[in-house]
Design a protein around this ligand. Sequence first.
Ligand code: ADE
Ligand code: ZN
Length: 339
Amino acid sequence: MPADLTDYVVPDVPKAELHVHLEGTARPDLIRRLAARNKVAIPDGTFEDEDTFRWRDFLDFLNTYDLAASVIRTAADYRDVVYEYLVACAAEGTRYVELISSPDHARAVGLTEAEHRAGIFQGIDDARAQTGIEGRILVSIVRNFGVEAAERTAQEAADNPHEYVVGFNMAGDEAGFPPPDFTRAFAIAHDAGLGCTCHAGEHAGPESVRAALQLPGVVRLSHGVRAIEDPDLVRELAERQIVLEVCPTSNVALGVYATYADHPLPALMAAGVPVTLASDDPPYFGATIGGEYGVARAHFGLDDEQLVAITATALGAAFVDDQTRAALLNGLHNRPLGL
Ligand code: ADE
Ligand code: ZN
Protein backbone atom coordinates (compact mmCIF):
# COMPACT_ATOMS: atom_id res chain seq x y z
CA MET A 1 0.00 0.00 0.00
CA PRO A 2 1.41 3.45 -0.84
CA ALA A 3 2.53 5.32 2.28
CA ASP A 4 -0.12 8.00 1.80
CA LEU A 5 -2.89 5.41 2.16
CA THR A 6 -1.70 3.64 5.30
CA ASP A 7 -3.36 6.23 7.55
CA TYR A 8 -6.39 6.60 5.34
CA VAL A 9 -8.82 4.37 7.15
CA VAL A 10 -12.17 5.93 6.13
CA PRO A 11 -12.98 6.92 9.72
CA ASP A 12 -16.69 7.50 9.06
CA VAL A 13 -17.36 3.95 7.90
CA PRO A 14 -17.90 1.15 10.44
CA LYS A 15 -15.89 -1.91 9.49
CA ALA A 16 -15.96 -5.68 9.91
CA GLU A 17 -13.25 -8.20 9.06
CA LEU A 18 -13.75 -11.91 8.32
CA HIS A 19 -10.28 -12.94 7.19
CA VAL A 20 -7.19 -12.34 9.30
CA HIS A 21 -4.70 -14.94 10.53
CA LEU A 22 -4.22 -14.70 14.27
CA GLU A 23 -0.43 -15.20 14.42
CA GLY A 24 -0.21 -13.03 11.31
CA THR A 25 -1.56 -10.02 13.19
CA ALA A 26 1.47 -9.77 15.51
CA ARG A 27 3.69 -6.89 14.48
CA PRO A 28 7.50 -7.21 14.62
CA ASP A 29 7.57 -5.20 17.83
CA LEU A 30 5.17 -7.62 19.54
CA ILE A 31 7.08 -10.66 18.27
CA ARG A 32 10.25 -9.14 19.81
CA ARG A 33 8.49 -8.45 23.12
CA LEU A 34 7.14 -12.01 23.33
CA ALA A 35 10.51 -13.55 22.46
CA ALA A 36 12.18 -11.45 25.19
CA ARG A 37 9.48 -12.35 27.73
CA ASN A 38 9.82 -16.06 26.91
CA LYS A 39 13.63 -15.81 26.79
CA VAL A 40 13.73 -17.45 23.37
CA ALA A 41 15.74 -16.40 20.33
CA ILE A 42 13.83 -15.16 17.30
CA PRO A 43 14.72 -17.60 14.49
CA ASP A 44 17.19 -16.32 11.89
CA GLY A 45 15.44 -15.14 8.76
CA THR A 46 12.34 -13.77 10.48
CA PHE A 47 13.11 -10.08 9.97
CA GLU A 48 14.44 -7.95 7.17
CA ASP A 49 15.05 -5.06 9.56
CA GLU A 50 13.71 -3.70 12.85
CA ASP A 51 10.14 -3.20 11.58
CA THR A 52 9.84 -5.58 8.62
CA PHE A 53 9.25 -9.30 8.26
CA ARG A 54 11.50 -10.91 5.64
CA TRP A 55 9.93 -12.97 2.86
CA ARG A 56 10.40 -13.28 -0.92
CA ASP A 57 7.33 -15.08 -2.26
CA PHE A 58 4.23 -16.88 -1.02
CA LEU A 59 5.85 -20.14 0.10
CA ASP A 60 8.68 -18.20 1.74
CA PHE A 61 6.06 -16.04 3.45
CA LEU A 62 4.38 -19.17 4.87
CA ASN A 63 7.77 -20.24 6.24
CA THR A 64 8.45 -16.83 7.82
CA TYR A 65 4.94 -16.90 9.30
CA ASP A 66 5.84 -20.20 11.04
CA LEU A 67 9.15 -18.74 12.29
CA ALA A 68 7.47 -15.71 13.84
CA ALA A 69 4.63 -17.82 15.28
CA SER A 70 7.17 -20.03 17.03
CA VAL A 71 7.89 -17.34 19.67
CA ILE A 72 4.17 -17.14 20.64
CA ARG A 73 4.45 -19.66 23.45
CA THR A 74 1.91 -19.17 26.23
CA ALA A 75 -1.76 -18.47 26.83
CA ALA A 76 -0.75 -14.96 27.96
CA ASP A 77 1.05 -14.48 24.62
CA TYR A 78 -2.06 -15.44 22.68
CA ARG A 79 -4.09 -13.10 24.86
CA ASP A 80 -1.75 -10.21 24.06
CA VAL A 81 -1.70 -10.92 20.31
CA VAL A 82 -5.51 -10.95 20.14
CA TYR A 83 -6.01 -8.02 22.49
CA GLU A 84 -3.50 -5.75 20.73
CA TYR A 85 -4.95 -6.56 17.31
CA LEU A 86 -8.57 -6.04 18.28
CA VAL A 87 -7.84 -2.76 20.08
CA ALA A 88 -6.00 -1.51 16.97
CA CYS A 89 -8.96 -2.54 14.81
CA ALA A 90 -11.39 -0.76 17.12
CA ALA A 91 -9.30 2.42 16.80
CA GLU A 92 -9.98 2.24 13.04
CA GLY A 93 -13.74 1.97 13.55
CA THR A 94 -14.02 -1.81 13.36
CA ARG A 95 -17.01 -3.43 15.09
CA TYR A 96 -16.41 -7.15 14.46
CA VAL A 97 -13.44 -9.38 13.63
CA GLU A 98 -13.22 -13.11 12.91
CA LEU A 99 -9.69 -14.28 13.69
CA ILE A 100 -8.35 -17.41 12.00
CA SER A 101 -6.75 -19.44 14.79
CA SER A 102 -4.38 -22.33 14.22
CA PRO A 103 -4.35 -25.10 16.85
CA ASP A 104 -1.46 -26.71 14.94
CA HIS A 105 0.78 -23.69 15.53
CA ALA A 106 -0.10 -23.74 19.24
CA ARG A 107 0.51 -27.48 19.46
CA ALA A 108 3.92 -26.98 17.81
CA VAL A 109 5.07 -24.84 20.76
CA GLY A 110 3.69 -27.29 23.34
CA LEU A 111 0.43 -25.57 24.23
CA THR A 112 -2.70 -27.59 24.84
CA GLU A 113 -5.76 -26.47 22.93
CA ALA A 114 -7.38 -25.50 26.25
CA GLU A 115 -4.45 -23.15 27.01
CA HIS A 116 -4.43 -21.78 23.46
CA ARG A 117 -8.14 -21.04 23.58
CA ALA A 118 -8.04 -19.58 27.10
CA GLY A 119 -5.53 -16.97 25.94
CA ILE A 120 -7.51 -16.09 22.82
CA PHE A 121 -10.79 -15.82 24.72
CA GLN A 122 -9.18 -13.55 27.32
CA GLY A 123 -7.91 -11.29 24.52
CA ILE A 124 -11.41 -11.08 23.03
CA ASP A 125 -12.98 -10.32 26.43
CA ASP A 126 -10.37 -7.70 27.36
CA ALA A 127 -10.64 -5.93 24.00
CA ARG A 128 -14.43 -5.90 24.19
CA ALA A 129 -14.33 -4.50 27.73
CA GLN A 130 -12.05 -1.68 26.61
CA THR A 131 -13.49 -0.80 23.20
CA GLY A 132 -16.78 -2.62 22.58
CA ILE A 133 -15.35 -4.55 19.61
CA GLU A 134 -16.71 -8.06 19.14
CA GLY A 135 -14.41 -10.95 18.20
CA ARG A 136 -14.89 -14.60 17.28
CA ILE A 137 -12.52 -17.27 16.05
CA LEU A 138 -12.38 -19.76 13.22
CA VAL A 139 -10.36 -22.93 13.65
CA SER A 140 -7.99 -23.36 10.76
CA ILE A 141 -6.21 -26.35 9.32
CA VAL A 142 -3.03 -25.86 7.28
CA ARG A 143 -2.93 -27.82 4.02
CA ASN A 144 0.81 -28.40 4.05
CA PHE A 145 0.69 -29.81 7.61
CA GLY A 146 -1.11 -32.83 6.14
CA VAL A 147 -4.43 -34.65 6.25
CA GLU A 148 -3.87 -36.41 9.58
CA ALA A 149 -3.23 -33.15 11.45
CA ALA A 150 -6.20 -31.59 9.66
CA GLU A 151 -8.64 -34.30 10.73
CA ARG A 152 -7.28 -34.30 14.28
CA THR A 153 -7.71 -30.51 14.52
CA ALA A 154 -11.22 -30.66 13.07
CA GLN A 155 -12.20 -33.42 15.50
CA GLU A 156 -10.81 -31.50 18.47
CA ALA A 157 -12.84 -28.45 17.43
CA ALA A 158 -15.96 -30.59 16.99
CA ASP A 159 -15.51 -32.15 20.43
CA ASN A 160 -15.07 -28.80 22.19
CA PRO A 161 -17.84 -26.39 21.20
CA HIS A 162 -17.61 -22.83 22.51
CA GLU A 163 -19.63 -19.72 21.75
CA TYR A 164 -16.50 -17.90 20.49
CA VAL A 165 -15.45 -20.77 18.16
CA VAL A 166 -17.79 -20.24 15.25
CA GLY A 167 -16.12 -21.43 12.08
CA PHE A 168 -13.60 -23.51 10.20
CA ASN A 169 -11.09 -22.55 7.50
CA MET A 170 -8.20 -24.07 5.55
CA ALA A 171 -5.03 -22.07 4.88
CA GLY A 172 -1.52 -22.90 3.64
CA ASP A 173 -0.12 -23.97 0.28
CA GLU A 174 -3.13 -23.91 -2.04
CA ALA A 175 -1.36 -24.94 -5.24
CA GLY A 176 0.47 -27.89 -3.65
CA PHE A 177 -2.42 -29.31 -1.62
CA PRO A 178 -5.80 -29.32 -3.43
CA PRO A 179 -9.06 -29.52 -1.44
CA PRO A 180 -10.36 -33.09 -2.02
CA ASP A 181 -8.00 -34.70 0.52
CA PHE A 182 -9.52 -32.49 3.21
CA THR A 183 -13.15 -33.48 2.60
CA ARG A 184 -13.35 -35.52 5.82
CA ALA A 185 -11.90 -32.68 7.92
CA PHE A 186 -14.55 -30.30 6.55
CA ALA A 187 -17.29 -32.90 7.08
CA ILE A 188 -16.30 -33.19 10.75
CA ALA A 189 -16.35 -29.40 11.20
CA HIS A 190 -19.58 -28.90 9.24
CA ASP A 191 -21.38 -31.71 11.09
CA ALA A 192 -20.36 -30.02 14.35
CA GLY A 193 -22.15 -26.85 13.26
CA LEU A 194 -19.10 -24.73 12.43
CA GLY A 195 -19.46 -22.27 9.54
CA CYS A 196 -17.05 -23.23 6.77
CA THR A 197 -14.83 -21.15 4.54
CA CYS A 198 -11.70 -22.10 2.64
CA HIS A 199 -8.67 -20.39 1.09
CA ALA A 200 -9.02 -20.78 -2.67
CA GLY A 201 -8.50 -18.72 -5.80
CA GLU A 202 -5.42 -16.97 -4.38
CA HIS A 203 -2.40 -19.00 -5.54
CA ALA A 204 -4.38 -21.35 -7.78
CA GLY A 205 -7.09 -20.68 -10.31
CA PRO A 206 -10.77 -21.47 -10.92
CA GLU A 207 -10.30 -25.24 -10.59
CA SER A 208 -9.18 -24.71 -7.01
CA VAL A 209 -12.23 -22.53 -6.30
CA ARG A 210 -14.54 -25.17 -7.79
CA ALA A 211 -12.89 -27.87 -5.65
CA ALA A 212 -13.20 -25.75 -2.49
CA LEU A 213 -16.92 -25.31 -3.22
CA GLN A 214 -17.26 -29.12 -3.20
CA LEU A 215 -16.04 -29.31 0.41
CA PRO A 216 -18.83 -29.91 2.93
CA GLY A 217 -20.37 -26.72 4.28
CA VAL A 218 -18.31 -24.13 2.41
CA VAL A 219 -20.40 -20.95 2.02
CA ARG A 220 -17.60 -18.36 1.92
CA LEU A 221 -14.18 -18.27 0.27
CA SER A 222 -11.00 -16.75 1.66
CA HIS A 223 -9.85 -14.70 -1.38
CA GLY A 224 -11.65 -16.48 -4.25
CA VAL A 225 -10.58 -13.62 -6.50
CA ARG A 226 -9.07 -15.79 -9.24
CA ALA A 227 -12.57 -17.06 -9.98
CA ILE A 228 -12.58 -14.02 -12.28
CA GLU A 229 -10.62 -16.16 -14.79
CA ASP A 230 -13.78 -18.24 -15.44
CA PRO A 231 -17.01 -16.35 -16.27
CA ASP A 232 -19.19 -19.42 -15.60
CA LEU A 233 -17.71 -19.69 -12.14
CA VAL A 234 -18.29 -15.99 -11.47
CA ARG A 235 -21.95 -16.52 -12.43
CA GLU A 236 -22.15 -19.49 -10.06
CA LEU A 237 -20.68 -17.46 -7.18
CA ALA A 238 -23.20 -14.70 -7.82
CA GLU A 239 -26.13 -17.12 -8.12
CA ARG A 240 -25.21 -18.96 -4.94
CA GLN A 241 -24.24 -15.71 -3.17
CA ILE A 242 -20.90 -17.19 -2.07
CA VAL A 243 -19.22 -14.45 -0.04
CA LEU A 244 -15.61 -13.62 -0.89
CA GLU A 245 -13.28 -12.38 1.86
CA VAL A 246 -11.12 -10.16 -0.36
CA CYS A 247 -7.68 -8.91 0.71
CA PRO A 248 -6.50 -6.51 -2.02
CA THR A 249 -3.26 -5.39 -0.35
CA SER A 250 -2.25 -8.98 0.44
CA ASN A 251 -2.96 -9.93 -3.18
CA VAL A 252 -0.78 -7.12 -4.52
CA ALA A 253 2.00 -7.71 -1.96
CA LEU A 254 2.13 -11.45 -2.76
CA GLY A 255 2.09 -10.82 -6.52
CA VAL A 256 -1.33 -12.35 -7.24
CA TYR A 257 -1.97 -9.02 -9.04
CA ALA A 258 0.71 -6.57 -10.09
CA THR A 259 -1.21 -3.45 -9.03
CA TYR A 260 -4.53 -2.45 -7.49
CA ALA A 261 -5.63 -1.44 -10.99
CA ASP A 262 -5.33 -5.11 -12.01
CA HIS A 263 -7.37 -6.35 -9.05
CA PRO A 264 -10.75 -7.92 -9.92
CA LEU A 265 -12.74 -6.69 -6.90
CA PRO A 266 -14.71 -4.12 -8.94
CA ALA A 267 -15.47 -6.72 -11.65
CA LEU A 268 -16.61 -9.26 -9.08
CA MET A 269 -18.90 -6.67 -7.49
CA ALA A 270 -20.29 -5.70 -10.88
CA ALA A 271 -21.08 -9.37 -11.53
CA GLY A 272 -23.11 -9.55 -8.32
CA VAL A 273 -20.65 -11.57 -6.24
CA PRO A 274 -20.85 -10.55 -2.54
CA VAL A 275 -17.51 -9.23 -1.34
CA THR A 276 -16.02 -8.23 2.01
CA LEU A 277 -12.68 -6.57 2.81
CA ALA A 278 -9.90 -7.99 4.99
CA SER A 279 -6.21 -7.59 5.77
CA ASP A 280 -5.04 -11.28 5.84
CA ASP A 281 -1.66 -10.90 7.63
CA PRO A 282 -1.52 -7.14 8.16
CA PRO A 283 2.10 -6.36 9.20
CA TYR A 284 3.55 -8.70 6.57
CA PHE A 285 1.82 -6.78 3.79
CA GLY A 286 1.68 -3.23 5.17
CA ALA A 287 -2.08 -3.56 5.55
CA THR A 288 -4.71 -2.71 8.15
CA ILE A 289 -8.45 -3.33 7.95
CA GLY A 290 -9.03 0.41 7.85
CA GLY A 291 -6.41 0.69 5.13
CA GLU A 292 -8.27 -1.89 3.03
CA TYR A 293 -11.39 0.27 3.18
CA GLY A 294 -9.18 3.20 2.19
CA VAL A 295 -7.82 1.20 -0.76
CA ALA A 296 -11.35 0.34 -1.84
CA ARG A 297 -12.27 4.02 -1.85
CA ALA A 298 -9.06 5.35 -3.42
CA HIS A 299 -8.38 2.61 -5.98
CA PHE A 300 -11.78 1.04 -6.66
CA GLY A 301 -13.82 4.22 -6.39
CA LEU A 302 -16.27 2.93 -3.77
CA ASP A 303 -18.22 5.58 -1.89
CA ASP A 304 -19.16 5.52 1.79
CA GLU A 305 -22.53 3.94 1.07
CA GLN A 306 -20.91 1.08 -0.82
CA LEU A 307 -18.33 0.63 1.94
CA VAL A 308 -21.05 0.45 4.60
CA ALA A 309 -22.82 -2.11 2.39
CA ILE A 310 -19.61 -4.18 2.38
CA THR A 311 -19.60 -4.09 6.19
CA ALA A 312 -23.25 -5.19 6.15
CA THR A 313 -22.32 -8.06 3.81
CA ALA A 314 -19.57 -9.10 6.23
CA LEU A 315 -21.90 -8.98 9.23
CA GLY A 316 -24.53 -10.91 7.28
CA ALA A 317 -21.98 -13.61 6.37
CA ALA A 318 -20.27 -13.70 9.77
CA PHE A 319 -20.48 -17.04 11.54
CA VAL A 320 -21.50 -15.28 14.76
CA ASP A 321 -24.75 -16.22 16.54
CA ASP A 322 -27.89 -14.52 15.24
CA GLN A 323 -28.50 -12.41 18.34
CA THR A 324 -25.02 -10.85 18.18
CA ARG A 325 -25.36 -10.43 14.41
CA ALA A 326 -28.66 -8.59 14.87
CA ALA A 327 -27.08 -6.28 17.46
CA LEU A 328 -24.12 -5.55 15.17
CA LEU A 329 -26.37 -4.86 12.18
CA ASN A 330 -28.61 -2.71 14.30
CA GLY A 331 -25.56 -0.69 15.40
CA LEU A 332 -24.55 -0.34 11.75
CA HIS A 333 -27.89 0.96 10.49
CA ASN A 334 -28.79 3.11 13.50
CA ARG A 335 -25.48 4.86 13.97
CA PRO A 336 -25.13 8.57 14.61
CA LEU A 337 -23.82 10.60 11.66
CA GLY A 338 -20.06 10.22 11.25
CA LEU A 339 -19.74 6.86 13.02
N1 ADE B 1 -1.65 -18.39 6.00
C1 ADE B 1 -1.44 -17.14 6.40
N2 ADE B 1 -1.72 -16.26 5.41
C2 ADE B 1 -2.14 -17.00 4.35
C3 ADE B 1 -2.59 -16.71 3.04
N3 ADE B 1 -2.67 -15.45 2.58
N4 ADE B 1 -2.90 -17.73 2.22
C4 ADE B 1 -2.84 -18.99 2.66
N5 ADE B 1 -2.45 -19.33 3.88
C5 ADE B 1 -2.09 -18.35 4.73
ZN1 ZN C 1 -5.59 -15.78 4.44
